[in-house]
Design a protein around this ligand. Sequence first.
Ligand code: UN1
Length: 495
Amino acid sequence: MNESKTYKNYIGGKWVESATGTTFNSINPANKEEILVKLQKSDEKDGDMAVDAAEDAFEKWSSMPAPKRGEILFKAARILEEQKEELAKTMTKEMGKILIETRGDVQEAIDIIKLMAGEGRRLYGHTTPSELPNKFCMTINLPVGIVALITPWNFPMAIPAWKIAPALIAGNTIVFKPASDTPLCAIKLVEIFEKAGIPKGVLNIVTGSGTSVGMPLVKHKKIRGISFTGSVETGQIITKEAGLKRVGLELGGKNVIIVMDDANIDLAVDGAIWGGFGTTGQRCTAASRVVVHEKVGDKFTEKFVERAKKLKVGDGLDPETEMGPAINESQLKKIHKYTEIGKEEGATLLTGGKILTEGKFTQGFFYEPTIFSDVTKDMTIAQDEIFGPTVAIMAAENLEEAIHIANSVEYGLSSSIYTESINNAFKAIEKIEAGLTYVNSSTIGSEVHLPFGGVKNTGNGTREGGIKGIEEFVETKTAYIDYSGRLQRAQIDIE
Ligand code: UN1
């Protein structure tokens, strides 16, 4: 990779420098000395320019038949497929997660783009009988307008694609503001859409911080919709600042795995390792709590800790590595702060709990896979989203208590239960307060054609993925067509 390369914003079909004339670095979290590229440090003016470009492009794009828009999406998916390996490597360098996971991230982007491309031939509205004769009633889906998409660093291509693809197929034009930790992946995605033939101004990207460029977009009068994935705090600010714009939020999680006494313990351990330490625990769907039936607590804990101790931490590009670094220094410090809090509050640290600083770890943001036991539901480590490789084990006497613990948090994104009992499984599906419940698999690994999102403080009710994922980006128009040739008054001329 060319280390000195500077990437520009993409506005109105042109790669342009920021009005600020300044740049920032994207670095490798496995080696902070390695500057990957430089990006534009944009501000409000750049955002305004991007909004104007999106406005200019709107009429033409929204008038293009949706199946035709779909063709461009299909082409983008094909280019992504061709470049999958290269993109995965770039992503591992920029974000840190291991190669099999970054390949999965690119694949998730491919899948959602294909799904939404196909939606171009559906975008179903509905028809329904009228209460009056010779009258036809239907709904159609129209675009919201210019939308701002603000995305996180943990899924640098998949999450932007979850938002870009449905927004495009529905006929919206976009200003995309990616996370400052992974702007290169975002630029690569936009380059692919450019190659696929997206008309100028339809998809614009501005890189820079949330405060300098994200927030002005949130407040911008011409923006009609905002889709944001990130922290609860930022989600709350967006809700306040967005006024009456349509807002889609996908915020934090404090996801639980329940392990029942009849569970296949080895399978549950596999799930807890994958859910707790995959992506270094930096997923909103990470399994940061495991509630174990007291009858199998010791057995599960022993096996889980043994496996966690063996996990190979390192640079995600090394095929031997099983867990990469944290994204940046402040995240690393935050993870460690929670270890200190866990100890202070009386939880038992079973393994991990240290920042790795020796040898190959000196240049990166590495942390040990960390497990606490004797955690009670009100402890800070059982409540707060840590976004790191830290798992809290809690004990429960029975399913009712396990579900009560599961629901004792402000979040409600993902959840899982390991059990061989169909009764336990269905009770958990019904009673756990979460947008997703997995049975006999971990809390992570949603598929793009099903809805994704959560309850409580995890969001505001919108869902991404699947057919529901389009709802965030369409306005429903209701149309009545009266072919009676006379005045027919609803509710009045009904005899
Ligand atoms: C996220 O962490 O924000 O199910 C999304 C999963 C992934 C998506 C995670 N497909 O874990």
